[in-house]
Design a binder for this molecule. Structure first.
Ligand code: F0G
Length: 482
């Protein structure tokens, strides 16, 4: 993906890779999709892949690997202890992040479990730009409270602020003054802020946060799961750093962090995760948890093949032609939808395109889960599977009251290098049609509601027969077409 200009008409994102392995897709008829979404309790997590055409649920563990990653997987050195494959990854981490210690874990939330167990005590406060579901769950499980202090602009659905993921420095100082630095377990910064639409954080903001942490002796933890997108945005939206290489920017970020952790299901286009630090003390504190929960220090729950793929994937992340594919495809999709009047989160971020359900289906009250209803409706009319990122993804409070989300989003993730532009155009076409017919979409109600992380397994039903009305309209407009 590059700055290639087109001579006739508008430029489109041009892929700097070619496809050499393909997977056949099915687009099942709408009648089957109606059955499938109800079998799945209107929860897109519970759909079976054989019923899904475009899987835009997540970018996690489903990014396309390169030929070099696949080749590396073949030469993995399998051993419980001292694997040469692990040394390769450790060396790559040292080279890219300049960090002395690397602790492997089976995925991102495993790192969160370990960090929360090691650092969060009852009554502690953990300020952050914004939470991620598993992050919050682990912190609260250990008695901590998260404080989201993203800049106000971050919660505005439409904006042209280039870094909506920034942390509000005044609010950080306010929290430290109120609770005292000793109550703050650590400050957490999340790259490419997931739940507010994959919005990046600027390098200048990170440096300011570092200064405050230094002033009060607070640890700074950086969640680098969505680092690749964030690196692209720093280079392309932050004037000061436009002439720096991706490698140089990465190094500055690493230098300002005490601890970096990541999900390798996103960063490095593999599977797994890990924690990096320069501190011997931190390393010693976390080491036992790895062997207790993950595995020996030279695999940490990852298969050696994935470790090989990750080492190559991290190196490939330093290539701008590789990391710009996601953001550029997302920007293409967001801009097309925005121009057609479909409410989307702007500016385009990383991770995926995000539909603003609060506006898309503004006739559905928040207690009937507008984003969940939109996810169900979009699957029904297109076979495109998105993910609800709204109230269903929140948890009820201790008294069982609903906790309404700040934003009701339908996330349409863009796994890296997976879809073609014509598939993206298909998704845009169906979303535009759905927007024109949005009044036919109705709400959902829980029929089975788990206590923890209910969005994974919860089952819901439509509050009326709106789905069959939507199917009838689809058939009138599309005839026999799928
Ligand atoms: N941190 C962030 C910012 C994430 O986006 C994720 C996962 C995690 C931590 C946890 O990592 O899945 O490897 O355990 N996000 C996925 C998603 C699940 O679909 O957005 P994990």
């Amino acid at each position: 993906m590059s700055e290639v200009k087109f001579y006739y008409g508008d430029s489109v994102p041009l892929e700097m890779h070619k496809v050499r392995i393909v997977q056949k897709l099915n687009l099942v008829p709408i009648e089957r999709r109606l059955e499938a979404i109800n079998e799945a309790g209107n929860n897109t997590f519970l759909l079976k892949n054989c019923d899904v055409f475009m899987d835009m649920l997540t970018d996690s563990g489903v990014n396309a690997m390169s030929d070099k990653q696949l080749a590396a997987m073949m030469e993995a050195d399998d051993s419980y202890a001292g694997s040469a494959t692990f040394t390769k990854l450790e060396d790559k981490i040292k080279e890219i992040f300049g960090m002395k210690y690397f602790l492997p874990a089976h995925q991102g939330r495993a790192c969160e479990n370990i960090l929360s167990q090691a650092y969060v005590k009852q009554g502690d406060i953990i300020p952050m730009n914004y939470h991620f579901t598993t992050t919050k769950a682990h912190i609260t499980l250990n008695g901590g409270t998260i404080e989201e202090i993203i800049i106000d602009e971050g919660l505005k659905t439409t904006s042209n602020h280039p870094f909506k993921g920034n942390l509000d420095i005044a609010k950080l100082r306010g929290l430290i003054n109120k609770h005292g630095a000793e109550k703050i377990a650590y400050v957490r910064l999340e790259a490419g802020t997931n739940l507010v639409g994959g919005q990046p954080i600027s390098l200048d903001n990170m440096l300011e946060v570092r200064n405050v942490c230094d002033e009060f002796g607070i640890i700074l933890v950086f969640d680098a799961s969505l680092l690749a997108d964030n690196l692209y945005f720093i280079k392309n939206r932050e004037e000061k750093y436009k002439d720096m290489s991706i490698r140089e920017i990465t190094r500055i970020i690493a230098d300002l962090s005490d601890i970096i952790y990541f999900s390798a299901r996103k960063l490095g286009c593999a599977r797994g995760g890990g924690i990096c630090t320069n501190s011997h003390e931190v390393y010693m504190k976390l080491r036992e948890y790895i062997t207790l929960y993950e595995g020996f220090l030279t695999y940490g729950g990852m298969s050696v093949r994935e470790i090989e793929a990750l080492a190559v994937g991290l190196e490939e992340t330093m290539d701008e032609d590789m990391i710009n594919q996601g953001p550029q495809f997302i920007s293409y999709m967001v801009e097309k939808l925005d121009k057609s009047g479909v409410p989307v989160i702007t500016p385009p971020g990383g991770l995926g395109a995000h539909l603003n359900a609060m506006e898309f289906v503004d006739h559905i009250p928040q207690k009937q889960y507008p984003a969940g209803a939109l996810a169900s409706a979009l699957y029904l009319i297109s076979g495109v599977r998105g993910m609800e990122r709204g109230t269903i993804s929140e948890q009820r409070d201790a008294d069982g009251n609903e906790h309404f989300a700040n934003m009701e989003l339908l996330r349409l993730a863009m796994p890296r290098r997976v879809f073609t532009l014509s598939q993206v155009n298909y998704a845009i076409d169906r979303i535009k049609w759905l927007y024109e017919n949005r009044k036919l979409i109705g709400g959902l109600t829980f029929v089975d509601e788990p206590k923890m992380l209910r969005f994974f397994f919860g089952r819901l039903a439509p509050v009326s027969n709106w789905q069959s009305e939507l199917v009838s309209k689809f058939k009138r407009d599309f005839g026999d077409s799928l």
